[in-house]
Design a protein around this ligand. Structure first.
Ligand code: SAM
Length: 295
């Protein structure tokens, strides 16, 4: 059964009296070589035959990517929200004993518990998914903030989101999520997938992005939450100078902000979008230390 074949997809859904659900972002892949490329990207650069790779997939749909992942991984756990797809997955994954489908909303799952239960005995963990576009950012943030020991996260996202995730500091696409992501890992755009490779075809093209997670953050800060608050404030009012944008931070005076910007060796008129993670880290540490010492 070729799961990228349009007539196969329609008949599998039809047999279960279901169809594509827009509310769950269901755009299924119809190009075999794209599916193979995504699955191959989830593998480590230097595969080790001794390694037991556990892959978490989010949104298996009818199992097209799941089948390919099952062929390369020791274990695949696929979390699918749509209950009507379960009988289909039972059929399409019948020959994949190393796959376990979990019927749940990825945003409601207890991720650390799931990972501990599902991937016992695995020596390397990765995430691989064609993500539902309506919750791409929340899913990515949940995965990153979980600090679970995934070595990589390989995901298909909207092309514009891919550009944002991988944007260099100072570029138009660079945003708060780009800077926050740099704290957790390094994102790279792997390849573009045009809208015609899905059914139903989405309105925009997509791209596969891979985030290689850092073993430890590239910058040391006194308090991560403060770093993220500074980044969020800096981009919250993107057109303003950093000096003005940071006034939205609670309890921080203009004087403290000016001192922190000067201490980081930056111009008083610099905008937040010009700063890399290291500079944000310096500002976060000094703006709050100035604040604390003056209290
Ligand atoms: N993997 C399939 C493919 O590549 O053809 C389907 C990908 S489709 C873009 C997204 C999938 O995510 C759908 O199967 C959808 O039902 C599922 N999904 C949507 N929201 C979800 C959530 N909150 N938790 C888990 N799965 C979800």
């Amino acid at each position: 059964m070729k799961l990228t074949d349009l007539s196969v997809i329609r008949s599998l859904l039809g047999e279960e009296g279901t169809s594509f659900k827009k509310k769950y972002g269901q755009n299924f892949l119809t190009n075999e070589s794209v599916v193979e490329r995504i699955a191959a990207s989830a593998l480590p650069d230097v595969p080790d035959p001794e390694e037991r790779l556990g892959i978490l997939e989010i949104g298996p749909g009818i199992g097209v990517l799941t089948q390919k992942l099952a062929a390369v991984a020791h274990k695949v756990t696929a979390v699918e929200i749509d209950t009507t797809l379960l009988p289909i997955l039972e059929k399409t994954l019948a020959d994949c004993p190393n796959v376990h489908v979990v019927n749940n909303d990825i945003m409601k799952v207890d991720l650390p518990a799931l990972v501990a239960e599902e991937f016992e005995g695995c020596t390397r963990l990765a995430v691989c998914a064609n993500l539902p576009y309506y919750i791409t950012t929340p899913i990515l943030m949940t995965l990153l903030e979980s600090k679970l020991p995934f070595s990589s996260i390989t995901v298909m996202v909207q092309k514009e989101v891919a550009e944002r995730l991988c944007a260099p500091a100072g570029s138009d696409a660079y945003g708060a999520i780009t800077a926050v992501l740099c704290y957790y890992g390094e994102a790279k755009r792997l390849f573009t997938v045009s809208a015609g490779n899905f059914v139903p075809a989405p309105k925009v093209d997509s791209a596969v992005v891979q985030i290689k997670l850092h073993q430890s953050p590239p910058v040391e800060v006194a308090d991560e939450e403060r770093l993220f608050a500074v980044i969020k404030a800096a981009f919250g009012q993107r057109r303003k100078t950093l000096q003005n944008a940071l006034t939205s931070l609670p309890g921080v005076s203009r004087q403290q902000i000016a001192a922190a910007i000067a201490e980081a060796g930056l111009s008083p008129t610099v905008r937040g979008e010009a700063l890399g993670l290291e500079q944000f880290a310096k500002i976060a540490d000094s703006v709050f230390s100035v604040q604390e010492s003056t209290q």
